[in-house]
Design a protein around this ligand. Sequence first.
Ligand SMILES: Nc1ncnc2c1ncn2[C@@H]1O[C@H](COP(=O)(O)OP(=O)(O)O)[C@@H](O)[C@H]1O
Ligand SMILES: CC(=O)OP(=O)(O)O
Ligand SMILES: [Mg+2]
Length: 403
Amino acid sequence: MTEARPHRVLVLNSGSSSVKYQLLDMRDGSRPAGGLVERIGEGSSRLVHTPPGGGEVRERTEPIADHAAALKAVAAELAADGLGLDSPELAAIGHRVVHGGKHFTEPTLIDEAVLAEIERLIPVAPLHNPANLTGIRTARELRPDLPQVAVFDTAFHTTMPEAAARYAIDVATADAHRIRRYGFHGTSHAYVSRRTAELLGKEPSEVNVIVLHLGNGASASAVRGGRCEDTSMGLTPLEGLVMGTRSGDVDPAVVFHLKRVAGMDTDEIDTLLNKRSGLVGLCGDNDMREIRRRIEEGDEAARLAFDIYIHRLRKYIGAYYAVLGRVDAVVFTAGVGENAAPVREAAIAGLEELGLVVDGELNAVRGDEPRLISPVYARVAVAVVPTDEELEIATQTYALVRG
Ligand SMILES: Nc1ncnc2c1ncn2[C@@H]1O[C@H](COP(=O)(O)OP(=O)(O)O)[C@@H](O)[C@H]1O
Ligand SMILES: CC(=O)OP(=O)(O)O
Ligand SMILES: [Mg+2]
């Protein structure tokens, strides 16, 4: 019997308090196993593992102190299914790395120099890069001989013109501290804009797309012919849209005010804007399902939170319409974008003059496939295209290690 060439890729997406993982078979596109560890370091962490062959989902709640422990628990679950990190069928591990600065424009084989650069970027991604680093280091300990690839959230946005990437602040100061707009969720924006071209039966180079990635973190991007021209997140993933727990755009003077008048220190302000703002800050909930349920019951705070969320979203749709000049599609993706029909309806309502219309019946249809929600007569397509960051990371990782 000849041994199969390594043909599986394990994708790790380490968030600030979670690790999502998926094992992909690159020969047939199947996903033998995957899962999630959440509430890491919070006393009662939860691990949910989906085994191969439609086996029963395994779920446990136990304390998992940090990302290293989380990854070891994941490796043990995979090993229990005969899919451990020591498997000869594993070709590589692909890691989502949130901040790659200006330096990393492509998927990159990880070595000590790459780790050092990701570490150097911690000050501009304090919630994300440390978790990514721990994930990489632990995976390297568990399987030192295996190629590990970093796929950066920022990579897709490195094509942004300087006019969009620069802040209008003193150039010497900005350059000295690498202060510029990097953008995030790039793997998703790239994948979704490409799938949208497919849905329209065109080449990516032929279409201009506004992508609205609305998850817990949320960002918009303006993509011309497959290249990013602008995106709503900036130096860090705090700028732009209203998110689950992040404020998005505020007057920067709010920070001075909080310091001078409210007496808060820098870390407190950081926590306020990143973790206690956005939808959760406005109404106490960050889950759009819960917010919609409360609105149905007449809850005023939930209504206002929704309205603020939508108002910001519409401003970015308008802005990116102007950035692109001609728009072929506006596309909704990620947890909220794929599932919350009322968000899609409210975001597009009244924009007929821009060629944007949502068909109520099409918008109400649920599904996992890319689909149009605009009527056939509409000048601009409005679509729902489920994102798949894991598939995109696995594809890029495999392409790199196979050469
Ligand atoms: N059926 C649904 N209806 C409305 N919103 C939903 C639904 N399912 C998920 N969401 C929203 O999606 C969010 C999670 O999105 P996701 O893209 O998975 O986020 P992340 O990757 O940032 O963790 C949830 O917080 C919730 O607001
Ligand atoms: C960069 C970012 O915001 O990521 P997430 O949505 O996973 O928090
Ligand atoms: Mg996400």
